[in-house]
Design a protein around this ligand. Structure first.
Ligand SMILES: Nc1nc2c(ncn2[C@@H]2O[C@H](COP(=O)(O)OP(=O)(O)O)[C@@H](O)[C@H]2O)c(=O)[nH]1
Ligand SMILES: [Mg+2]
Length: 206
């Protein structure tokens, strides 16, 4: 069985989206990561028994933000970026309160582009290796609870929770796909798929 999933990295500029992606795909942290220009995607292939999953993660322009000039550029790239997306990693930085406050704007942008019922989203608090935080764990957890999505405290620098975060998204996407296929076939029992252990049910936020 070969599956392909498409995941988007969303969030304010400089929160660490490209660093998280690089940590996941290259398994390293680069201090001088280049600002992303336009849109690019990276792939990682997961093999589990006889199954292969190609995880395609799309990253956005380095200096876009949910307001202002960057958004204009973002609008231009929007259609291909969102097309057939099945998962979103919505990232803020724990040392940047504004990036946390903009999470709602990112969800609103997303809703304009995509049917949120059909997409899996996780909330990512990045840069958790830094002690002086502007956003607490509780604030992050409460926001995730409001949207009914999973919350991960990550660090692209140390690698903490990065693989787990992507794995959760991949699992949710595959489970949702299995359920959609089952309902098309008239079956009522959802198919649960496991990757790296643990069972997952797809969640929805909006
Ligand atoms: N301490 C720390 N710095 C990080 C982390 N992730 C990213 N950074 C730094 O934050 C800056 C912005 O990262 P980048 O990945 O370009 O953010 P993007 O604009 O969201 O893609 C860079 O200087 C990174 O080295 C992290 O987990 N911990
Ligand atoms: Mg970037």
């Amino acid at each position: 069985m070969t599956e392909k999933v498409k995941i988007l990295m969303l969030g304010e500029g400089a929160v660490g989206k490209s660093s998280l992606l690089s940590r996941y795909v290259d398994e390293k942290f680069s201090e001088n990561i280049q600002a992303t220009l336009g849109v690019e995607y990276r792939q990682k292939i997961l093999i589990q028994g006889e199954s292969q999953v190609t995880v395609q993660v799309w990253d956005t322009a380095g200096n876009q933000n949910s307001r202002g000039l960057g958004q204009e550029r973002f609008r231009v790239i929007t259609p291909i970026f969102y097309r057939n997306a099945q998962g979103v990693s919505l990232v803020y930085s724990v040392i940047d309160k504004n990036s946390f406050q903009q999470v709602q704007t990112w969800i609103d942008n997303l809703k304009e582009q995509i049917d949120c019922e059909q997409i899996s989203i996780v909330l990512v608090a990045n840069k958790c290796d830094i002690a002086q935080r502007e956003v607490t764990t509780l604030e992050g957890q409460q926001l995730a609870q409001k949207y009914q999505i999973k919350y991960f405290e990550c660090s692209a620098r140390t690698g903490a929770q990065v693989k787990e975060m992507y794995t959760e998204l991949v699992q949710q996407i595959l489970v949702r796909r299995g359920q959609n296929q089952n309902s098309q076939n008239g079956e009522k029992i959802p198919k649960n798929i496991q990757i790296d252990g643990g069972e997952t049910q797809p969640q929805k936020c909006c």
